[in-house]
Ligand binder design. Structure first.
Ligand SMILES: *[C@@H]1O[C@H](CO)[C@@H](O)[C@H](O)[C@H]1NC(C)=O
Ligand SMILES: *[C@@H]1O[C@H](CO)[C@@H](O)[C@H](O)[C@H]1NC(C)=O
Length: 193
């Protein structure tokens, strides 16, 4: 007499266990295209300078390219003398310098405009993170060696506000979205005249 009632209690457990296993098995690995390859050789991933002189950018794992939701990872190489624009964004950003050296210029978001930035030397095997919304610029100040960095940002795809100089008010900085390496992958509607 006890058996049937036991079965009734145990059945829902099996049902939820089944649902759980099914959801694990069905979980998307997050690589929505590129042949769903989990392990990829970075040497074979296409890189571009996106018409920014001296830059070689590889999106290692991206929102637009790979369906990343929380973070995005880039591998960026700056030729001697080249630099990022002065810019800010409301995401977290972590750098790991793999090769070369340069300067991080960092200003604050607390006054009307960035003002004179602080300068920090960066070097191979150094790491730094840029505070959310603080205007900054990374510059390869070396004469001969490339500066190569692994860059991780949160909340992709990145929305970047660009400053012409350190005295431009924060409110005048220009939004660039989608950013160059995301541009091609977005559908862009034609202007209606
Ligand atoms: C990765 O790609 C590079 C360039 O195509 C190649 O030389 C290298 O052998 C590849 N590595 C592996 C482990 O396949
Ligand atoms: C970076 O530092 C770590 C920890 O000391 C070390 O294991 C690694 O070899 C260093 N890498 C380079 C490129 O110097």
């Amino acid at each position: 007499m006890i058996q049937p009632s036991r079965a009734i209690h145990v059945l829902p457990i099996f049902f939820f266990l089944f649902l759980f296993l099914f959801s694990i098995a069905g979980a998307s690995p997050g690589w929505s295209d590129q042949g769903s390859l989990l392990v990829r050789n970075i040497s074979d991933v296409s890189q571009s300078n996106f018409e920014r002189g001296g830059l070689a950018h590889i999106t290692v794992a991206g929102a637009v390219l790979h369906g990343m939701k929380e973070v995005e990872v880039w591998l960026q190489t700056f030729a001697p003398g080249s630099r990022t624009p002065i810019h800010r964004h409301s995401c977290e950003e972590v750098f790991v310098v793999l090769k070369g050296k340069g300067t991080l210029l960092l200003a604050s978001s607390s006054s009307k405009f960035p003002g004179k930035p602080q300068e920090f030397p960066i070097y191979a095997n150094s790491t730094f993170s840029v505070p959310v919304n603080d205007p900054h610029q990374v510059w390869n100040t070396d004469d001969v060696e490339d500066l190569q960095m692994l860059v991780v940002i949160s909340r992709p795809p990145v929305k970047i506000f660009i400053y012409e100089d350190w005295d431009m008010p924060h409110t005048a900085a220009k939004l660039k979205f989608p950013y160059y390496w995301d541009e091609e992958a977005y559908y862009s509607p034609k202007d209606e005249l």
